[in-house]
Ligand binder design. Structure first.
Ligand SMILES: CC(=O)SCCNC(=O)CCNC(=O)[C@H](O)C(C)(C)COP(=O)(O)OP(=O)(O)OC[C@H]1O[C@@H](n2cnc3c(N)ncnc32)[C@H](O)[C@@H]1OP(=O)(O)O
Length: 497
């Protein structure tokens, strides 16, 4: 069960709009093919109500309504009415899984809680709602009030409940304990379906998920990019990868090939950046940086593991910097179709190492420029030059740009407006390329790096990621003015497409 749209949205600072929620829900169910999605907590807000409505309307029309779940509270019929009015049919009832939470938050005795929960379940069943029950703070409950947990599970086992959801709400479990508790529970209630819900406070969420599956649970709660309350939930991509590789007799319905695409979309909608070292979906996780690794890959794929990038629709890359050796650079040159003599390769390698020492990033698209500079050759032929530009930015007027482009001797002048100066520049450039009948690459990422310290004259590095004819590449510009560095990166792009 994917809970990106409920627990994932509990990432501090994240809020999805209704149409973003609908798009994510559609991708999760139709392309990634998770079994179920939890899309909201009941009662939260009018906006959330409208989002749930949008999703349930689509899910009903497309046969997915039984896979769409809403978290509800023990509040008589208030949550039930909310979810029914929003068109949902499956509820995940939040109840207390530890005596501590029951006593101090709800201030109730176990018997009273069980009766109230029983009443909500009965009402839900009467109204045709499928009922799952969360035992909030269940993991601490197992540690400190085990009798309470088992008395409660005895009660639930007799109720018309489809699944019992066991959350490690505060992310306190370690893997051995996860296995021990879940193994005991699964064996004691063989006819009950149990889901495990991990949190990542000790960075153990994926390890706990693996142990939970070994212990025999039937379902897992995961989120895209590990989003979620505090340190987040178990990331769906990591969990699927480890289950596919280490629990071969366990089948999931998730399409590995779609993981990266959905992760990137959720990153864009949420504004929650995927850490570059995030397993499976992080920018750097299929990039070899050390020269020794690149050399080993060439010899017999010596530095590959089972996590092959192609499984996830990604490609292996070789980074350029001070730890690059010849093999790293050769790999990049090969991809660009450039061949160098051994001696020239040594010179280029040396320059890249120097740049790395100066903390400058080097992208594959920089290579022709470096070669040209080091070897004083014409490895890069600047067929397109931005000869002049005027950018204007004034209060209460749309930014505009006028540019003069030399395209292999042919001169174009264009003017355009945009949402910012760079956008205006790109709009003017697009006019040139429409005249030339050439398609410009799609800008897929734009990252600006300024050294910490707050100096307004600091050098600003802009790295732009482009997608062109199925190929992704990056170009980089460096200037004390951010827009100028972006234009530099753009000019490099124009000369390599
Ligand atoms: C496992 C998880 O991550 S649980 C996540 C649950 N989802 C959310 O909390 C969604 C976001 N929450 C909200 O929007 C709000 O907290 C609401 C709409 C649910 C309630 O808002 P408010 O009425 O303003 O209450 P507030 O947030 O201050 O306090 C929560 C109340 O819920 C009660 N409560 C806690 N757990 C439960 C439960 N399982 N069932 C019913 N009531 C509960 C608390 O005791 C408290 O009631 P009290 O004020 O009478 O003591």
């Amino acid at each position: 069960m994917d809970t990106t749209l409920r627990d994932g949205e509990q990432t501090s600072g994240v809020s999805f709009s209704a149409s973003e929620k609908l798009t994510i829900a559609q991708l999760l169910l139709t392309e990634l093919k998770v079994d179920r999605i939890e899309i909201a907590s009941a009662r939260v807000s009018e906006g959330e109500f409208q989002a749930v409505k949008k999703i349930t309307e689509w899910a009903t029309a497309n046969g997915f309504i039984d896979k769409v779940e809403v978290l509800t509270f023990v509040d008589g019929e208030v949550s039930i009415n909310w979810m029914l009015e929003a068109g949902a049919k499956v509820m995940n009832l939040l109840t207390k899984g530890s005596l501590n939470h029951l006593t101090h938050q709800l201030k109730k005795a176990p018997e009273q809680h069980f009766n109230e929960v029983g009443a909500v379940i009965a009402l839900a069943n009467k109204k045709g709602i499928e009922c799952n029950v969360y035992l909030e703070d269940w993991s601490n409950g197992m540690r400190h009030s085990k009798d309470y947990v088992f008395a409660y599970l005895d009660f639930l086992a007799e109720q018309p409940v489809k699944r019992v959801l066991l959350p490690d709400t505060l992310g306190v479990l370690i893997p051995s304990e996860t296995y021990e508790y879940l193994h005991e529970i699964v064996n004691r209630y063989p006819h009950v379906h149990f889901d495990f819900h991990a949190h990542n406070d000790y960075d153990l969420a994926t390890a706990n998920v693996l142990e939970a599956v070994k212990a025999g649970v039937h379902g897992l709660h995961l989120t895209i990019n590990g989003m979620g309350e505090r340190a987040g939930n178990a990331p769906l991509a990591s969990a699927i990868a480890v289950l596919n590789d280490y629990m071969k007799d366990v089948k999931t319905s998730v399409e590995e090939q779609e993981l990266y695409k959905v992760s990137k979309l959720v990153e864009t909608f949420s504004g929650f950046r995927i850490p570059v070292n995030k397993p499976v979906v992080g920018e750097n996780v299929f990039t070899q940086t050390a020269g020794i690794h690149a050399d080993g890959d060439k010899k017999n794929n010596l530095y590959y593991n089972d996590l092959l990038p192609e499984r996830f629709g990604r490609k292996r890359k070789y980074a350029l910097g001070k730890t690059s050796g010849k093999a790293n650079i050769e790999n990049n040159l090969q991809q660009l179709g450039i061949q160098l003599s051994d001696e020239d390769l040594k010179k280029v390698t040396q320059r890249i190492i120097e740049l790395g020492d100066r903390k400058e990033a080097v992208t594959q698209a920089d290579l022709p420029y470096i070669i040209s500079d080091v070897l004083d050759s014409s490895a890069i032929e600047e067929k397109v030059q931005i000869e002049n530009y005027v950018l204007s930015h004034s209060k209460n007027l749309r930014p505009s740009a006028t540019i003069r482009v030399n395209f292999n001797g042919e001169i174009f002048e264009e003017h355009a407006q945009g949402d910012g100066q760079y956008d205006a520049f790109m709009n003017a450039l697009k006019k040139v390329y429409v005249k030339k009948d050439i398609e410009l690459p799609l800008l897929t990422d734009y990252a600006v790096r300024i050294p910490p310290g707050g100096k307004t004259d600091a050098l600003c590095e802009t790295i732009i990621t482009w997608m062109h004819k199925g190929r992704e590449f990056k170009t980089r510009g460096l200037d004390s003015d951010q827009t100028v560095s972006a234009i530099q990166a753009t000019q490099k792009m124009l000369n390599i497409i």
